[in-house]
Write a protein that binds this ligand. Structure first.
Ligand SMILES: [Zn+2]
Length: 297
């Protein structure tokens, strides 16, 4: 018994030392990073911590997206400063991906710089009602039929495809570059997490199917993918498959009367165990599908 304990302690210590060593080998990742998307004239990814946004530099100005400034008092100014390192052209637009504060808070510096804020009409309604002191309420609302932004030779399509991770998500597509910017609904090689709390599960499956049917090659996600890689249609398909599998499994459990407690405790998806966020995300996914199949909500 005591030998077993000693071995366990030694094993834990060894594992901790390995973890520290691995951490020490990795260069510190800067809080802010701006990267030009390969093969494009002026498409950039701005990253602040674990959030990121697309911006596009055109001949006549900049189209920016989410300020990603939640809990980051200088986030909006940092974003503007990063844009200023690339161009001195005016920031004409800030377009919100959806209404969640972790993506849209912090835009005041961009507003002060003269940008027009654009979002889906539901985002504008929600933000007007919530009156968050750190979030600029959009100037212009996009209806369900979408909008095309044209600036300095760049065409950016804003389209709405129904409920998904939120009720206000705009898909932003650059048809020439075949790039889309889609936030939160389609994580790149990561297990879904807290964002599942208010997702519309069945509608999200339809949304992802519609996104896959669109014409694009690369997706800029709202949270960096592994090694900062961009997403592909295969990533979108993987998320759809994961959701369909989770939904089917919990549907059976729910109809057997096992929601919520037993499912939240016992639900596993072993084939996804190596994805980042798996352990923390499982109970979130279980709870959301229990709400759907065990409660009807
Ligand atoms: Zn979100």
């Amino acid at each position: 018994m005591s030998l077993f304990r000693c071995t366990s302690v030694a094993a834990v210590l060894a594992a901790a030392l390995v973890a520290v060593a691995v951490q020490a080998q990795q260069p510190a990742r800067p809080q802010l990073q701006t990267t030009k998307v390969e093969g494009t004239d002026g498409v950039y990814v701005f990253r602040n911590g674990n959030h990121q946004a697309m911006f596009i530099v055109t001949n006549d100005g900049v189209i920016a997206t989410d300020p990603v400034g939640y809990g980051r008092p200088t986030g909006g100014q940092d974003y503007l400063n990063e844009i200023r390192k690339v161009t001195d052209k005016p920031v004409k637009y800030v377009i919100y991906s959806h209404h969640h504060f972790d993506h849209v808070a912090g835009g005041q510096a961009l507003k002060d710089a003269g940008a027009t804020f654009v979002a889906h009409k539901r985002a504008k309604e929600r933000l007007a009602a919530l009156k968050d002191p750190h979030t600029v309420v959009p100037d212009e609302a996009v209806s369900d039929s979408g909008r095309i932004i044209t600036l300095g030779g760049t065409r950016l399509e804003l389209t709405y495809h129904g409920l998904n991770h939120s009720d206000s998500t705009l898909v932003m597509r650059l048809p020439k570059e075949k790039i889309v910017f889609i936030v939160d609904t389609i994580p790149v090689a990561a297990f879904p997490g807290r964002g599942f709390i208010d997702i519309y599960p069945l509608e999200t499956e339809t949304f992802i199917q519609k996104v896959i049917a669109m014409d694009w090659d690369r997706m800029i996600p709202g949270h960096p993918g592994p090694g900062d890689r961009l997403g592909t249609k295969q990533d979108a398909q993987n998320v759809l498959t994961l959701m369909q599998e989770a939904s089917a499994a919990i549907k059976t459990d729910a109809q057997a009367g096992k929601c919520w407690d037993a499912v939240e405790k016992d639900f596993k998806m072993e084939k996804y165990a190596t994805l980042p966020g798996y352990a923390n995300g499982l109970p979130m996914v279980a709870r959301r599908y229990c709400a759907l199949w065990g409660r009807g909500a």
